[in-house]
Design a protein. Structure first.
Ligand code: GLY
Ligand code: MN
Ligand code: MN
Length: 438
């Protein structure tokens, strides 16, 4: 049993814009609220959805309705969603188990319990009640993790539109500062450029809250676009991507407001770009998901030592910095995550089928460590290293308040990976050229 997402009230009698449940939409392609998919062991699929209702459709828009659902969606049959409570006990009778995603839908366990109670009431007439509840979540997550050709086509398009939006934002800033070199641009003005580009290409909008961070705001990892002023000489970090037909993209670029990196910005930028290149090299079939992070960390940590962000006499050499995780002061997040219908997509990160190693936690306890899983063609990951420098007495002042992240989306191919988001440049010279010429 797979329900879609509920509608969520915003205030008064207004709802948030409706967004389907990702897994439900993956299985059905249906994006109306109040809908369920029932699948049984014989392969039969039943959609429960809202009935047609001319009065409601006048206010809220068209409904597909159960009659049209089988031909429109390819389900075997469909009925009105109000029949759920009576249909469930019928469908669960004589089944060995009931499958649903554990811990995902708050009302679901109670509903299933009610249906099981009704099946049990019929046991005297020889009807068998399911003996087990099974977690459907991991199975469907595994399916979603491996993208097919159609899914990848949609993701390529989403990625390309997002890359175009980043290029547009860069050009917009360049034009503003060309016209008024001493002026400023507000974060929300840049955000508006992104939204314009997302919507004009027919995407549903941002896949997550857009980050547009002027200057020091880039050091706040989950900063949302607000009203701060971006000034010449500062960096602008944008982490924004559109959602297209249920699929997310996730892109970050960090560019100089007025089109020229300062020497200090350029030094750190080139380190982050080099660390991303190392992580991209480590993104290929057979490599472990975590390899990209380790590759990025090596380059970042070396850069921190070379620039004096980390003082060798305090933290030791590269291996010591990695061992002690001293680099985490300036790079505190992972280098990537699965990407798909959700921006942080479903799918296990650990290889549960490989032996785990136990080690001491240094406090008398034990930690079980599992290896990170191996990448396979069709998986999509982000690759997003960064450096974030908050002021501190032991930090060289020229780097204070510089926050840089570079993020691309990559699909694992049989021989390596394909970057989906390079319609906007990463190389610092190419970003400067785009801003000069755009
Ligand atoms: N935009 C969210 C992330 O990069 O993970
Ligand atoms: Mn991102
Ligand atoms: Mn990301």
């Amino acid at each position: 049993m797979i329900p879609t997402a509920p509608e969520r009230p915003r205030s008064g009698d207004s709802d948030h814009p409706y967004r389907h449940d990702s897994t439900f939409h993956y299985l059905t392609g249906f994006d109306e609220p109040e809908a369920w998919l029932l699948l049984d062991a014989s392969g039969r699929s039943t959609l429960l959805c809202r009935e047609k209702n001319p009065e409601r459709e006048l206010w809220d828009g068209k409904r597909l309705g159960p009659e049209a659902a089988p031909s429109a969606l390819g389900v075997d049959d469909a009925c009105e969603v109000g029949r759920l409570a009576s249909l469930l006990p019928e469908r669960l009778a004589d089944q060995p188990a009931v499958w649903f995603a554990f811990g995902m839908h708050a009302q679901l366990p109670a509903l299933i319990d009610e249906a099981l109670a009704k099946v049990r009431q019929r046991s005297r007439s020889g009807v068998a009640c399911p003996e087990a509840e099974r977690d459907l979540g991991p199975l469907l997550a595994e399916m979603r993790l491996h993208k097919d050709a159609d899914e990848l086509q949609t993701m390529r398009r989403a990625a390309q539109i997002s890359a175009g939006a980043h290029a547009r934002a860069m050009r917009y800033c360049a034009q503003r500062f060309r016209a008024h070199p001493q002026g400023s641009v507000r974060e929300y003005e840049i955000e508006a450029e992104l939204l314009h580009e997302f919507r004009r290409h027919g995407t549903q909008g941002p896949a997550y809250t857009s980050i547009v961070a002027a200057g020091a705001n880039a050091c706040v990892l989950h900063y949302a676009a607000a009203d701060a002023e971006l000034r010449a000489g500062e960096l602008c970090l944008i982490d924004a991507g559109c959602e297209l037909d249920g699929y997310a993209s996730d892109v970050t670029r960090t560019f100089p407001a007025d089109g020229r990196y300062t020497p200090a910005q350029r030094e750190l930028y080139d380190i982050v770009a080099a660390s991303q290149a190392a992580a991209i090299d480590a993104t290929r079939p057979g490599a472990r998901h975590r390899d990209a992070h380790h590759a990025a960390v090596r380059v970042l940590a070396q850069g921190m030592l070379d620039t004096g962000l980390l003082a060798r006499d305090q933290v030791g050499d590269l291996d010591a910095v990695i061992e002690s995780a001293a680099y985490r002061r300036f790079y505190m997040h992972g280098t990537g995550h699965w990407l798909g219908r959700d921006v942080h997509d479903v799918g296990l990160y650990l290889a549960l089928d490989e032996p785990a190693a136990e080690e001491s936690d240094g406090r008398g306890g034990r930690i079980v460590r599992r290896p990170s899983r191996r990448l396979e063609p069709g998986m999509v990951v982000t690759i997003e290293p960064g450096i974030y420098v908050r002021p501190g007495p032991d930090v060289p002042e020229r780097y204070w308040n510089i926050g840089i992240r570079i993020e691309d989306d990559a699909v694992v191919t049989p021989s390596g990976c394909e970057l989906l988001t390079r319609a906007v440049p990463v190389d610092a010279d190419r970003i400067e050229a785009l801003m000069r010429e755009g």
